[in-house]
Every structure is written in structure tokens, then in C-alpha cells.
Design a protein around this ligand. Structure first.
Ligand code: XUL
Length: 541
């Protein structure tokens, strides 16, 4: 009998969705978290009738960016139809979770809930839900049209730092509260006709449960509306954005909470089990964090066109740079996120200029220069950086004097050290402690296979570096979270993912790195402040 029970358990599978900017994706994993199926719907090519470019519409003013809400509903239908034709064993799915591009919002018309509760399994969701949105074009994270509203919100709650202290971020154009304020101010009728506002994540969750799904704490932290400490809506932020917002947003729940079972629609139309559980959906960045299967205190560095750092924090220091969200795995903890625009393209440019386009020559040059680069520091912002908001290239010698050029070998080390010292500086500013003996760095993304870069990271961060190449980390993290939520309270995420292959350790800090980079970090801080404070920037680009 015991074998029967355990084989029944083992037959269970878990489903993770991800609705990102350009596509909708589903990943199915076994009970031991092996990927068995991956299915995607690409918005531009598979739903051409919506005429999106990269999944979005950029409006004539160039700053308003939206996506057609109905496209996402149709993509959900298509994804399920594809899953059916690829023989996904719907009946074995024990739990579902998912993620969505962060900050985007969906506006359900008065009366929509009734329709959502009573979907007819004989026809598509898209045909039944086509008239249920009070705003047909969902504002998304690429929108930059709400600058004045951000400043207004900061002022109304007592300043930039105060908004940051409450919500984990200062006013950002893409954050949902400011987008809602814009709709209230420019499209009052639609706002008044709105029964519920969902995030992209909770919207897709709503399609799964056939009812309004609550917003989870982690994605909710990307709205400039949630108090990340009490994990409740911040009344003063709500009032500052639009009236009656608490009612329209509904409740907010921990990210691992079971929010219900799949809808009768999904049971009848696709054969999901009636007791298939739905775990709160979250944002794509929090879900990606889960997909990297970190432990408390890890720092994740994603090395791509732009570099992003994700930090697992227990005691965050919300700062006007970067963002602090409630942690999607451990809701009493936090995660911080900071993005740096000058990533791989900057490194490649220096490789091309100083190492004839060859990584081998780049690595050889690096080996010829000592840690700390004899006191030379370079700051390379070919495109305007996010923090600090500065453009230009700045080189300083060991006396802190600005110089116009470096020898090639020095330039090569300077670009890597300058970038990684900046990543460390901003991580510390957000509350990360690099002196903890447990700190692990998980490197991911295109450049995480480059040993030279990894060694510099290990030295600058004074921590061992592990690499993890996770394709579709948001959908995968969602499938893992589905299992975590399904196992119920008291089960640690580390237990859920313990059977997965451990990432290899690829670099450890060199002796003496701690002192060299501790000092360099202090100098970087000063030099960055210097270039930021200068009224006329001398760019040696
Ligand atoms: C994060 C952000 C983007 C979107 C992309 O703050 O705006 O990473 O989540 O999907």
C-alpha cells in the first residue's frame, strides 16, 4: 500500500506559467522538479491581430507603453490548447503558480467578476471575456509617462525618502500606483467603472481560479502602494493616487499562499483535477529569484546586456536607488533588485578596443595586472547609467587625479573592477552584508561563463561564486513555487529544491582580496560622488 501512495505522489506534476513582455510560457515539472514540458505562445507572431511589437504598443508620445489586455486572455487560451494538443497530463497537476511582467495593470469592469465566476467550458475565455475590461490597453513596465505623478506622490507622502521607506522604492514611472493615478486623472469614467485592478500576475491567477485573485506581497511591492514592513496597503499612498483604491485592489497575500482551486472551467474544458491548487502568482523578477533556488543571504548577479543584482535580505535599507520587495519565498524576508544599464556591451566594447575582440587576450591581460589595478579606477557609462544617472567615461589614477586614458591592460581590469565595485556598493547601500561568511554569489546570464569576470566578482564581493544557467527562470521558479505552496506551511523552500543539482563553485576569493576591494569600494564611492556632483561633466568618452 505504501508503494501505491508514494507512486501516486511521484506521479504528481507541477505547473508554472510566466506572462512576460513578449510571450506567455508554461513549464511542467515532475515531483522531483525535472522539466518535462515547455510550451510558449509568442505575442507578435502568434497573435498578429493585436499588432504588437515586442508584445507592446508604444504610443505616439513615445513614453506611453501599453499591451492589449485581451491579447493576454487569448494567449492563455492558446497556451492551454497547445498544452492539450501536446498531451499535457492535466489530471496529474497537483498545483499551479505563475508570474507576470511586473508593474503592469489590468482593469476589470463592474460586473466582470460575475462573468469570471460563470465561464462556459464550451467556448474560449477570450470570446467570453472580451468586454470585461474598463481599460482595454494595460499600462506596462516600459511606460515612462507618469513622471509628474511620481513627484506628486512623493510630495504627498512626505518626500522621496519617506515613500522609499514605506514602499521600498521612490516614485518610479512604471510603478502601478502612478499608472493608476494617471488613469484616474485622464480617464475618470473608466476608473469609476472599474471593479477590480489586478497586476499581470494576479490577473493570470484570476483566469486560473475563475475569480478575482489577490495580489501577492512580492509583486505588490512594485506598486509604490504597499507598506513592505506591515505587508498591508499603505493608506496614505492609496489616497494620494486615487479614491476607493483599497476596494479596487482587494487583499494582498503572502506569495506562497494557496488562493484556491482551479476553476470549474479548467476542470471541465481541459481535465484539470478538481483539487488542483493555485498558489498566488507573483512578479517575473521574484519568480526568477525562486528559479535560481537561492538560500537566505545569497546575492544573484545576472550578467546580460544590462546587469541585474538580486539580493536576499533580512534587514533591508530601502534606498532611492534600486528596489526592495517582500521576498517571494520567505515572506518575513526581503529581496532587493538593482539594474545597471552598462553591462555586457560595455565589457565587449573594451574587449574590442583593448584585446582585439578576443576574450582570451582579455583574460591574459587581466592576469598581467594585480587586484586593485595599482589604484587605477575606471567608470564606464557609455549609456546613461541608472545609478548614478550619469553618462560618460571617467578614469582616475592612484592619486585620484582624472586621466584621459589608461594602458590597454589597465583599461581591461578597470572596466571589470569598476563595474563590480559599483554592484557591491549599491548592494551594501540596500542593506546587503558582504562580510557574512555564508554569502554566496550566484552568477547567471550570458557573461556568467567567462572565468575572468567570475574571478573579479569573487574577489570584489569576497565570496565564492557559483554559476547557474537557468533558462526561463521565471516560469521554472513558478513551477517550484507551486510545489512549495502546495506542501503547505512549515516546509522550507530549501527542502523543496534540495534534490536539484547544486550549482558548481567556479571561483573563490583570492587571498587579500577583502582588504584590496574594501578600500577600492570606499574610493569608488568618493569618485562617483565627485562625478555626480560636477555641474559640467568632463567626459573622456
Ligand atoms: C522590474 C521591471 C522589469 C519587468 C520585466 O522592475 O520593470 O524587469 O518586470 O518583465
Amino acid at each position: 500500500m505504501a508503494t501505491d501512495v508514494s507512486s501516486r505522489e511521484n506521479a504528481k506534476v507541477f505547473l508554472g506559467f510566466d506572462f512576460s513582455t513578449q510571450q506567455a510560457k508554461a513549464i511542467l515539472v515532475t515531483n522531483d522538479l525535472k522539466v518535462i514540458q515547455e510550451i510558449a505562445v509568442k505575442f507578435d507572431t502568434e497573435l498578429p491581430e493585436f499588432k504588437t511589437d515586442g508584445g507592446v504598443h508604444v504610443h505616439d508620445d513615445h513614453v506611453t507603453v501599453t499591451a492589449p489586455t485581451a491579447m493576454w486572455v487569448k494567449a492563455f487560451d492558446m497556451l492551454l490548447e497547445k498544452m492539450k494538443s501536446e498531451n499535457v497530463p492535466f489530471e496529474k497537476i497537483a498545483a499551479v503558480s505563475g508570474s507576470g511582467q511586473q508593474h503592469g495593470s489590468v482593469y476589470w469592469k463592474i460586473g466582470a467578476q460575475h462573468l469570471l465566476n460563470n465561464l462556459n467550458p464550451e467556448s474560449s475565455m477570450h470570446s467570453q471575456l472580451k468586454d470585461v475590461f474598463s481599460v482595454g490597453d494595460s499600462p506596462i513596465w516600459m511606460d515612462a509617462s507618469t513622471t509628474q505623478l511620481c513627484r506628486d506622490l512623493e510630495e504627498k507622502v512626505g518626500g522621496k525618502q519617506r515613500l522609499t521607506d514605506i514602499t521600498g522604492s521612490c516614485g518610479y514611472e512604471r510603478m502601478t500606483g502612478n499608472q493608476i493615478a494617471k488613469i484616474y486623472q485622464t480617464n475618470r469614467e473608466a476608473y469609476l467603472n472599474t471593479e477590480r485592478i489586478s497586476l499581470v500576475s494576479s490577473f493570470v491567477a484570476s483566469l486560473c481560479v475563475g475569480d478575482y485573485a489577490p495580489i501577492d506581497e512580492s509583486d505588490g511591492s512594485g506598486m509604490n502602494l504597499l507598506n513592505i514592513h506591515t505587508r498591508e496597503w499603505a493608506a496614505e499612498c492609496l489616497t494620494a493616487c486615487a479614491p476607493d483604491l483599497a476596494d479596487k485592489l482587494g487583499s494582498v497575500v503572502p506569495s506562497k499562499q494557496i488562493i484556491g482551486s482551479v476553476s470549474p472551467y479548467l476542470v471541465q474544458r481541459y481535465g484539470f483535477a478538481q483539487d488542483c491548487q493555485v498558489i498566488a502568482f507573483t512578479g517575473d523578477n521574484p519568480a526568477s529569484l525562486a528559479g535560481l533556488t537561492p538560500s537566505a543571504g545569497d546575492v544573484m548577479v545576472s550578467l546580460g546586456t544590462s546587469d541585474t543584482i538580486f539580493l536576499w535580505l533580512s534587514s533591508p535599507k530601502p534606498s532611492t536607488v534600486g528596489h526592495v520587495f517582500v521576498n517571494p519565498i520567505e515572506s518575513t524576508d526581503f529581496m532587493a533588485l538593482a539594474c545597471f544599464k552598462n553591462g555586457s556591451l560595455t565589457r565587449e566594447r573594451i574587449r574590442n578596443e583593448c584585446a582585439e575582440g578576443s576574450w582570451d587576450k582579455f583574460i591574459a591581460a587581466l592576469e598581467n595586472t594585480p587586484m586593485g589595478n595599482n589604484g587605477n579606477i575606471g567608470i564606464y557609462f557609455y549609456v546613461t547609467e541608472i545609478q548614478p544617472l550619469v553618462q560618460g567615461v571617467f578614469r582616475f589614477n592612484s592619486h585620484g587625479e582624472e586621466v584621459t586614458s589608461f594602458p590597454k591592460e589597465v583599461e581591461i581590469r578597470a572596466v571589470l573592477e569598476g563595474q563590480m565595485v559599483a554592484r557591491r556598493y549599491y548592494s551594501e547601500m540596500l542593506g546587503f552584508n558582504f562580510n557574512s561568511t555564508n554569502t554566496r554569489v550566484i552568477a547567471t546570464g550570458g557573461a556568467s561563463t567567462n572565468p575572468a569576470i567570475l574571478q573579479v566578482i569573487a574577489d570584489v564581493f569576497n565570496a565564492p561564486v557559483y554559476t547557474k544557467d537557468v533558462a526561463n527562470s521565471a516560469a521554472l521558479g513558478s513551477a517550484f513555487r507551486a510545489k512549495h505552496g502546495w506542501l503547505g506551511p512549515g516546509v522550507d523552500y530549501s527542502e523543496v529544491v534540495s534534490g536539484l543539482k547544486q550549482p558548481p563553485c567556479v571561483a573563490v576569493p583570492s587571498p587579500g582580496a577583502d582588504k584590496v576591494y574594501g578600500d577600492l569600494c570606499d574610493r569608488y564611492k568618493e569618485l562617483e560622488a565627485r562625478i555626480q556632483n560636477r555641474t559640467s561633466l568632463i567626459s573622456t568618452d
